[in-house]
Write a protein that binds this ligand. Structure first.
Ligand SMILES: Nc1ncnc2c1ncn2[C@@H]1O[C@H](COP(=O)(O)OP(=O)(O)O)[C@@H](O)[C@H]1O
Ligand SMILES: [Mg+2]
Length: 259
């Protein structure tokens, strides 16, 4: 069974067909990238599958379970988690506390029992701390554990967003342009991290990304949108050679597009 199945999903805004009858599936443990020119409908499609917008038609299923039209919180509880935006990071809070808070978000009313110092709450707090430390190691931010988030460099902040998403224990992680604003070394680190998440944790990742170096080196499959429609799908090598894809990118070779 596929991790994610998107079946004939469409969304119109006024006179504009932002997403048109898009069907795609993401297998368990796959990294799939969604690419396409600006305005192609990539972010809209993300919004439709994560509950931030409702599709006009079509279905979204996570491991066979219909999650179409659920709220973002409900979708996240089903295990489909979108990397948080920078504005959701608490700037004055140390990195580790940001992660612990994210872990709490996935639990039911834990704060009240914490106040009463119940044993189960203490156990849970210890487990949460252990898990948060493990995630910090994984994303390479362990040495910034006690640093207030606002003192992190831009690239580190982007990693913190991913770490926060991981604290929610996703089955499917969605990342919208995670490499935006990263330098090439940071981009390579992100590539390594995505591979570690797939190969080490079996995580499934759906990614929107403009950085073609990253897309081509990390993706198992690439799906191309143009004017809201899926125009191509395949391995990175197949998609690169696809004439319709080359035309959608105005004939720009991919190497230049990434610059
Ligand atoms: N909430 C909205 N209201 C009206 N138009 C929107 C809205 N969201 C997106 N659009 C339009 O839908 C099209 C696709 O946008 P978007 O999904 O952001 O593209 P991409 O992420 O591929 O650059 C664009 O023309 C955009 O202006
Ligand atoms: Mg976008």
């Amino acid at each position: 069974m596929a991790m994610l199945e998107i079946d004939g999903v469409s969304k119109r805004y006024g006179g504009l067909q932002a997403v048109k009858d898009v069907t795609l599936r993401v297998g368990k443990g796959e990294i799939v990238s969604l690419i396409g020119p600006n305005g192609a409908g990539k972010t809209t499609l993300f919004n439709l599958i994560t509950g931030f917008a409702r599709p006009d038609s079509g279905r979204v299923r996570l491991e066979g379970e219909d999650v179409t039209g659920l709220s973002p919180e409900a979708v996240a509880r089903h295990g489909m988690v979108r990397s948080f935006q920078i504005t959701n990071v608490f700037a004055n809070m140390p990195v580790i506390e940001n992660l612990r808070l994210a872990s709490y978000l996935r639990m039911r009313s834990p704060l009240l029992s914490d106040v009463f110092g119940l044993r189960s709450a203490r156990d849970r707090a210890a487990r949460t701390m252990k898990e948060a430390n493990g995630i910090l190691d994984l994303v390479g931010l362990a040495r910034f554990r006690d640093t207030p988030a606002k003192r992190l460099a831009y690239g580190q902040l982007r990693l913190l967003e991913i770490a926060i998403a991981l604290c929610v224990r996703p089955r499917l992680l969605l990342l919208d342009e995670p490499a935006a604003g990263l330098n090439s070394r940071e981009g390579e680190k992100l590539t390594e991290l995505l591979r570690r998440l797939r190969d080490g944790r079996g995580l499934t990742v759906l990614l929107v990304e403009h950085d073609m170096d990253l897309v081509m080196s990390v993706s198992d499959r690439v799906v191309v949108l143009n004017f809201g429609e899926k125009i191509a799908e395949g391995t990175p090598a197949e998609v690169k050679e696809n004439p319709q894809v080359i035309e959608a990118y105005l004939g720009t070779p991919f190497e230049e597009e990434a610059a």
